[in-house]
Design a protein around this ligand. Sequence first.
Ligand code: ATP
Length: 237
Amino acid sequence: MAMLEVENVNAYYGNIHALKDLSLEVDRGEIVSLIGGNGAGKSTTLRTISGLLRPRQGAVRLNGEALTRLKPHEIVIKGVVQVPEGRRIFGRLTVTENLEMGAFACKDQQLNKKNMGRVFQLFPRLEERREQVAGTLSGGEQQMLAMGRALMANPTVLLLDEPSMGLAPVLVDSIFDTIGQLHVGGTTILLVEQNARMALQVAGRGYVLQTGAVVLRDSAEALRKNETVRKAYMGES
Ligand code: ATP
């Protein structure tokens, strides 16, 4: 059994059929990438897993247990934690306060302290700026903070929505380095990216979405070599 299973999910925004019989799996310790163009349904897939959007049909399961009827905060407590597109950090709170918000469900102060230490180890820049108001951080630092906040919730599965969006190339490299480090540390990751080249370098497997449906699923290596993928998503002619 896969750790995270999405089975024949159909999700709608009003009359818009955003996900069409979508199925995917993520095994323990894997990085799986979802790639696709604008409006393909990548963010909607993550929103459906994290309970922000309720599917009309189909199931989402974590270790065999249905998540589909749970509320978003209950899904976080189960260990599925999303880093949303556009970071969505709390701009008026400090870095430390933002990280503490990530640990809302955990009353174990020892564990929270340990997790914050781990976040600061992963992102020394955040430690340097721990008292800074988060709204004044750079885009890259805000992305680090959004990831750090998610890590404070002890994720079993981390859902990353476009972590490289809007970042300078050097910061994109650094965010992908961090994703690699999390993987080595055993975190299971479902990664949504428009930057298919980077996403398929760091992932073991991938799914290609088009208009709300999976059109291709394969190892990342095979997808990297796939001519359609190269032309459509990796900017090759
Ligand atoms: P992008 O990279 O542009 O974010 P995406 O693959 O993440 O694309 P989604 O944001 O999941 O795509 O959108 C899938 C479809 O659902 C699109 O047709 C989009 O217009 C529609 N959609 C997304 N959010 C909403 C919403 N809040 N209300 C109505 N339709 C929406």
